[in-house]
Design a protein around this ligand. Structure first.
Ligand code: ARG
Length: 284
């Protein structure tokens, strides 16, 4: 019998931005998961994404959509589009030419939403793919995509403390493929995806973290979306789901196998709008 924790977790209502995989495909390779020779199923990608979207809505979160642009097959990975908090948006500057044209769509989206400070990053910065809010801190990744200098830019732009981490395994090229923020104080991660120095920083900051196995990380189980109580992760990640349950979380399985052909999962598809201006209006 699985042990059920007496710890009760509370969900915080979130605001997310997603982009439907209308033009999803794998036509180029910019990470080790992408093989343009392997067939993709647009229908399966769409139904997997719709299930993720449905779960977020059913949990009571507000989900906005940005329109997919033809010719940009990776735009479904909305997490990469920006970092957004407190009415300010720092829009991505993508590393690879294949994705650079996504940025103007995000600039436009945030401007039209009434964000008071919308700027494109000046150095390579792949949005929430490499920058995860963890309580008052922002965990920042570098090594494959975002430039180390982007960590300073994020610190200055948002005025928040940034913990810089180095990624060392090309399969886990974005921070959100190697670590998941479960709540303000808790994370799960794959230690060997980080440099020895970063491992020490993480062990020090999160002594009770859940350590994932490489096998689970390869399912993109760390590419999870948590609202503080519910944790959306791949259905196949049963060991991690059991560990989450023991700690009082409610794991929710989704299949993102088709999106994994592009090197993405649930979190990659989900950009959190932290303290979106519309939430203040809602609550007024
Ligand atoms: N094919 C996309 C790329 O390589 C996948 C992005 C995944 N996004 C993420 N937040 N990890 O850029």
């Amino acid at each position: 019998m699985s042990q059920v924790s007496s710890l009760s977790r509370s969900a915080r209502r979130r605001h997310y931005l997603l982009c439907a995989p209308t033009h999803f495909d794998v036509r180029y390779s910019i990470n080790p998961w992408m093989d343009p020779g392997q067939p993709t199923s647009p229908d399966l990608a769409m139904s997997q994404w719709q299930r993720l979207h449905g779960v977020l809505v059913d949990l009571g979160h507000t989900v906005e959509l940005i329109e997919a642009v033809p010719g940009l097959p990776d735009m479904v990975f909305a997490a990469n589009g920006a970092i957004a908090a407190d009415g300010r948006a720092l829009v991505a500057r993508f590393r690879y030419a294949e994705r650079v044209d996504e940025a103007p769509a995000y600039v436009e989206w945030f401007r039209s939403r009434g964000y008071h400070d919308v700027r494109q990053a000046t150095v390579v910065n792949e949005g929430e793919g490499d920058f995860l809010t963890a309580g008052k801190q922002i965990l920042a990744g570098a090594g494959f995509r975002s430039d180390p200098g982007s960590h300073d830019e994020v610190r200055d732009f948002f005025g928040k403390e940034v913990l810089s981490l180095s990624l060392v395994d090309p399969r886990f090229y974005h921070l959100d493929t190697a670590i998941a923020v479960l709540d303000d104080e808790e994370v799960m991660y794959l230690p060997q995806a980080f440099s020895p120095e970063s491992r020490e920083l993480l062990a020090d900051r999160y002594p009770d973290a859940i350590a994932a196995t490489e096998e689970e990380a390869c399912l993109f189980a760390l590419n999870a979306v948590s609202d503080g109580r519910h944790v959306i992760l791949p259905t196949a990640a049963t060991r991690l789901a059991a560990q989450l349950r023991e700690r009082g979380y409610e794991p929710i399985g989704v299949d993102t196998t088709e999106l994994l052909k592009a090197g993405g999962g649930a979190k990659c598809c989900t950009l959190e709008l932290h303290d979106d201006p519309a939430d203040a209006v809602d609550q007024a």
